[in-house]
Each structure stands twice: as C-alpha cells, then as structure tokens.
Design a protein around this ligand. Structure first.
Ligand code: ADP
Ligand code: ZN
Ligand code: ZN
Length: 703
C-alpha cells in the first residue's frame, strides 16, 4: 500500500513492501507514517514479486522500480479512481445533417461521419486520434446543437470502426498447429517462439489464442514495438476480441492511463495492448502474454531503470503461470538460442498467406556506377519501371536531414557540434545545422568560419536531399517523405500514410519509422539506399539489426498479388552476411552470427554488464571507472572478465565526457554476485560525487 511519510522537512509518497519485526534496525529512529493512501494493496502480490526480482536482477533501487511503473497519478499519491469518460453522440438534429452540407468544413464533416458510424458514441481518446484539433471541431458542432454529451464509466476506448463484415479467418494448417500448441499451455507456464515470416499470419494466431483465453475468463497482455502501435493494429484486435481492449499508447493523458491500468488490474479489460512499459500492467486473471516483433530494440529501456520488457515478460509468465509467445519474422539471437537449448518451443510459419510470394532480393554494387546522389542507375531504372506500372516504391535511408556533413573545400573545416564528438547535420528546409545527439541547433554559416572562403559543400545524403533529387528525376510523381522531421506534428504520420494507402504511383521515402507495422499493399519495390551503415556499425549487434531490417522492409513489398522486388545498395556485395539474406534464409543468417557470438563469448553465449560514467571534466569518468575496476579486482572475480575502462565510442556528448567499463562472463551466477557486491560501495569511491554513473545489465547498445 502507498503511504505518505515525512522525509526531511517535506513529505513523500512511499510504498510499504514488507513489515520488519520489532522497531527496525538498531541505530535508527523510526518516524511514523502520516497517512495510508490505499484501502488495500495497490499492486497484486505477483506484480510486487516481479518488481522485486527486476530490482535485484538489474541492480536498480526497488523504490525507483516500483514508482517508475505506477501510472503517474498513483506516483503522485492520488487516489486510484476511474474517470468519468464523456462520450459524444449525434443529437437528433445532428442525425439529420448531411455530410454534403459540410463540404466547406472537412474536419467537421469527418467528425460527423465518425460519430454516425459509432452509434455507441465516441470518447476523447477516439476523437483525438481522428482529429488533432478535435476540441475545436467538437465545440463548433456543439454550438450548432448537433452533439449530445453523456458521462459514462466506460473505458477510454480505441478507435474502432465497427465492421459488420468482420469474420475471423479459418486458420490454415500451420496456424492451427501453432495455435493449438500455445492453447495447450493455457493455465501454466510455457514459452513459445512463433517464428513466422512477415505476412504468414502470426497476428491471426495471437487472436485465435486470445479468444480462448477470454473464453476462460482470463486476460491477455500484448506488447508491441514503439512504432508498431498503429490504429489499424488496434482496430484489428478490437474488431476480433469479444471483450474490452485497453490500449496504453503515448497519446493518453495521465488520467486515461490510470483508468486503463485499473481496468487491467481489476480484471475488466480482456486485452491490454501497449508498448514496453505495459509489461508492468497488473492483471487480475493473467491468461497469456504476447510479445510481437520480439527482436525489436524498443523493448529495452535505455535510461534510468534499464530493463528489457521481453526478458521481464518471460519471468512474469513463469511467476504468474501463463504461457508467453514471442513472435517475429526475424527473431533475436537470444530467443533463437533459447529455442535451440529447448527453453522455448519453436513454432514455425514458413508460408505467406494467399498469393503473395516473397520478393526477389538483389544487391546493387555501388562501386560500379557513379554515386553522387546516393542513388545508383540500376535502382533508378527499377524505380522508373515500377512507377510506370502504376505501383508504389519504398526507399529506405536511415538518416534524416539534408546532408550529414558541411565541409569547406578550402581548408578542410567541418561543421562539428560544440557539445558532442559528432558532425552537425544540415537541414535545408529549416535552414539549420542540427546535432541529432544533443539537439544543438544553429544557422549554417554563409562562409567558412575558419578561412572565410565561401562555397561550403554539403556532403552525403539525408532523406531531405534524396527527396529533392527524386523530385528532379521523377517530376510529377507524388513523393512522400516519412521521418521524424516530416511527422513532428500530431496526426501528420497518419495523414501521410493515408495518402500512401490512397494508392497510385508514388515514392515513399523514409527512415526506420516505416520499417515495421504498417500494411502498405501497393508497394512492389523496396530500395535500401545504404546497407553499409549496418555492416560497419560500432555495435556488435549492428549486423543482426541490419539483417532484421532488410527482411522486415522486404516484408513490406509484394504483400498483395503483385510480385515484389528488393534492391540493396552496398559497396561490399561480397560481405558474407548478405548471401543468406538474398535467399530469405534468416535462419542461416542468424546461425552464422551465433557462431561469431560464441567465439567472442558475446550474448547469447556470454553475459554482459556495462558501467557507464560521465562528467564535465574529461579525466573523471575514466578515473572513477578505474577505481571501480580496482574494487572489482579485490572481490572474487571468478569467471568474470573486465574490459576497460575506455572512453565511449562517442566520448563527448551534450557537453559531457563519457567512459565505460565492460564486465563479461559466461555465467550469470558469476557476474551477478560481483555486481551486487560492487554497487553499494561505488558511491563511496573517490570521485563518485563528481560523475554520473549507471549500470546496464544485458546492454543492448554499447555506447
Ligand atoms: P503477420 O502478423 O505474420 O505479418 P498477419 O496475421 O498480419 O501476418 O496476416 C497477413 C495477412 O493475411 C493479413 O491481411 C491477414 O488478415 C491475412 N490472414 C491471416 N491468416 C489468414 C487465414 N487463415 N486466411 C486468410 N487470410 C489470413
Ligand atoms: Zn575553410
Ligand atoms: Zn551535439
């Protein structure tokens, strides 16, 4: 239960997690609790157990773990109460209005249409997804007396167009087998790796199993990657499932989030869908946990409490005696290894549904042709051919902005970020130099600040520049750029995707934002403009990520009955990572990487923990981590290797110098006791107060 306690001269919200016998430890004077905030436990015992396990495993303070996973109002000590959700309906007068009468007010027309299709009314969460300025639109309609407002205790809902034609599919034999294997484990722990290529019907398998979970009166928790939570996916669940669906998306207000959380905790939500942090949503009758696109890096929290939602989910499923399903077309090496060891049961779906054939993948050798705009002549030919057939093209470049380097040919000056070891990225439309690491922005200089020469050159390609090039090469073609710059405005992403779904010859150009989740059936050609970024990334997972990305974007092509094609531009076509990808053989690709990992004793064969430290003074982080190293040496080091300390690959970031110390071990049981012994003494080490340090257990990124 939460309590209010005195803390210094202020008070704080705290959580009682256990009762100590007697008066507490000697040498302490106990103060009294000021107020008990809950009538009963705010979290079920199983959730507290999970959080305690997580705090111990990630060596993170339990208080931060607990409060970090509560909905904000509970964190602030507010009461766990539902909200009155206003639902908006058409009034009788509103029902008589014809859409044509509103031709000059398209937002109002759209909202009237939406309400007409939702006879049960719509709430703020729904209207906000429909119209970024929904309040103003609604007010205009209410002023004409076309709207009726009603308070109800119903949950903030998902966007759901009731689809009268909806009928679940009859599963094909592969799907049936997978669904039966999972259903057979309902009511107990069981871990499944659903390894199925894109479009093989994994989501349909989830839905089928969820039906059975709900029929048993239990609940399902579904986690999806950060950018995979699209209204279409939510609608698919909402259409299918015969129970309330609580969606935890980033657009919810704090109170809406609490409401959805309470519905899950109290057993009213049949399905809970959310991103990473939804793993901490308690359920009264846990029935199954599903992690879609389990390989996705967004399941790892990269700051503060650095947990991995997939790994926590497996532990949670074990503790709550429910099955867990990890689904992916490109499983993580960790999960493949677990399946290989027999810890997970592997279920394979190898066929695409319907006529869709997997696209042909080929490499375009960038050494062959001239490459001054990032687009090889072979790729441009293919783009032209697909457009001529009335199809859509998706071009993928993981670098936004105009150009990554602004350079003076006279003296060699390069625009660098004053606060980071990084180039400033030139953004032409905003006319800014922008550092993507610390957000520093400045106007680009007209002349070289070093030699005063004019004629600075923009070198290299970003999405903004490729868009400009394409406009010149394919005049009259609709070119849609999707990256963080073009989707900053609320609702912009949905509007752009709507344009794509409208069909017609189009070029869609984007960063990894478009690599997953979106079903874009008109696309027949996918071009990957710079695969080499992935081949030579600083991180040992770079190639794994590149392969996953290539097969994921390849999964976007040719989903309908039109055959697809994927072109990968590279300067290193002979790189051994490519050949299994060309054959769509993710298994062989992963197998090669697993062998390399085994040789290097890297995950999933070895276990890693990374200490990071940063400070304004360059020498301090290294000195502090050196002291950590020395401390570790005095403790038992059996089976643990210490690597470093070294400066981080990007040493200076946002004005701070960074260093790291890596601990590597073949056995968790060697690594964790050492971490446990180290943590309490770190703050007492010399220099500890002048650095910010953190520990990342099972780090996903090494910088
Ligand atoms: P995945 O999640 O593996 O990418 P989906 O479940 O989205 O695959 O299925 C791909 C497409 O095939 C979807 O449009 C889905 O509606 C359709 N589909 C899935 N299973 C069946 C089935 N058994 N019969 C007919 N269509 C199906
Ligand atoms: Zn110069
Ligand atoms: Zn910077």
């Amino acid at each position: 239960m939460r309590v209010r306690v005195p803390f210094g001269r202020a008070t704080k919200t705290a959580m009682v997690v256990a009762l100590a016998p007697g008066d507490g430890s000697p040498g302490y004077r106990l103060k009294s609790i000021l107020e008990i905030l809950d009538d009963g436990p705010v979290l079920p015992p199983s959730m507290l157990k999970l959080l305690q396990w997580a705090a111990a495993y990630y060596h993170h303070p339990l208080g931060e773990v607990i409060f970090g996973c509560l909905p904000p109002p509970l964190r602030q000590g507010k009461a766990p109460v539902r909200m009155d959700v206003s639902r908006y309906h058409l009034s009788q007068a509103g029902e008589r209005v014809k859409t044509e009468d509103l031709a000059r007010a398209p937002r109002q027309a759209a909202m009237m249409d939406f309400l007409r299709r939702h006879p049960g009314g719509a709430d703020a969460a729904q209207l906000r997804l429909l119209d970024a300025r929904w309040r103003a639109t609604l007010r205009a309609l209410a002023a004409k007396d076309w709207i009726r407002e009603e308070k109800s205790g119903l949950p903030p809902a998902t966007v759901k167009e009731p689809d009268p034609t909806y009928r679940p599919f009859a599963l094909n034999p592969g799907q049936t087998e997978a669904a039966q294997a999972i259903s057979g484990a309902l009511g107990r722990f069981g871990a499944f790796l659903l390894d199925g290529i894109t479009g093989s019907g994994k989501t349909e398998v989830y839905l089928n199993v969820i039906d059975q979970v709900i029929a048993q009166g239990r609940q399902a928790l579904v986690l999806i990657p950060e950018i995979g939570l699209t209204p279409q996916l939510v609608a698919r669940f909402a259409d299918h499932v015969q129970a309330p669906v609580a969606v935890l998306h980033s657009g919810l207000s704090d109170r809406e989030r609490l409401h959805a959380w309470l519905m899950a905790r109290d057993g009213e939500a049949g399905v809970v869908i959310g991103t990473r942090s939804a793993i901490f949503t308690p359920m009264k009758r846990p029935g199954i946990c599903i992690i879609d696109e389990e390989h996705d890096p967004s399941f790892k929290q990269q700051e503060g409490f650095r947990y991995h939602a997939r790994d926590l989910a497996v532990m949670r499923a074990r503790q709550e005696a429910m099955p867990i399903v990890l689904g992916s077309a490109t499983p993580s090496l960790e999960s493949l290894h677990n399946a290989g060891q027999g810890r997970y049961e592997r279920l394979v779906l190898r066929e695409r549904i319907g006529k869709a054939r997997p696209p042909a993948i080929r490499l375009l050798d960038m050494r062959a042709g001239r490459d001054d705009n990032g687009l090889s002549s072979a790729l441009l030919q293919a783009v032209g051919a697909h457009l001529a057939q009335g199809n859509q093209v998706l071009l993928f470049l993981n670098r936004r902005g105009y150009a990554p380097t602004l350079f003076c040919p006279g003296c060699g000056w390069i625009a660098l970020c004053p606060r980071c070891d990084a180039h400033m990225i030139l953004h032409r439309a905003r006319n800014r130099l922008h550092c993507h690491h610390c957000d520093t922005q400045q106007p680009p200089p007209a002349q070289c600040p070093q030699c005063q020469a004019s004629g600075l050159l923009a070198l290299g390609q970003g999405t903004e520049r490729v868009e400009e090039t394409l406009q010149g090469l394919f005049p009259g073609t609709d070119i849609i750029r999707i990256d963080r710059d073009s989707t900053r405005r609320k609702g912009a992403m949905q509007a752009l995707l709507k344009r794509v779904r409208g069909g017609g010859p189009q070029i869609l150009l984007g960063t990894q934002m478009i690599a997953k989740g979106h079903h874009l059936p008109g696309i027949t050609l996918v071009g990957i403009l710079n695969a080499d970024q992935g081949l030579f990334g600083a991180d040992f997972r770079a190639i794994e990520r590149m392969g996953q990305l290539i097969l994921q974007v390849a999964g976007r092509a040719g989903r309908a009955d039109k055959p697809g094609e994927v072109c990968i531009q590279t300067h290193y076509p002979e790189h051994p990572a490519f050949s299994p990808l060309l054959a769509h053989d993710y298994g062989a690709f992963a197998h090669r990487l697993l062998e390399e990992r085994q040789l290097g004793q890297l995950p999933p064969y070895g276990n890693l923990a990374l200490f990071r430290a940063e400070a304004l003074d360059q020498a301090l982080p290294l000195r502090f981590l050196q002291a950590v190293h020395e401390q570790a040496m005095t403790l038992s080091l059996e089976g643990v290797r210490l690597l470093g300390p070294v400066s981080a690959p990007m040493e200076k970031r946002a004005g701070r110098f960074r260093a790291q110390l890596l601990l590597q071990s073949l056995r968790r049981r060697h690594l964790h006791p050492l971490l446990k012994a180290l943590i309490p003494i770190l703050d007492g080490l010399p220099g500890a107060r002048k650095v910010r340090w953190s520990l990342d257990v099972d780090p996903q990124e090494m910088f």
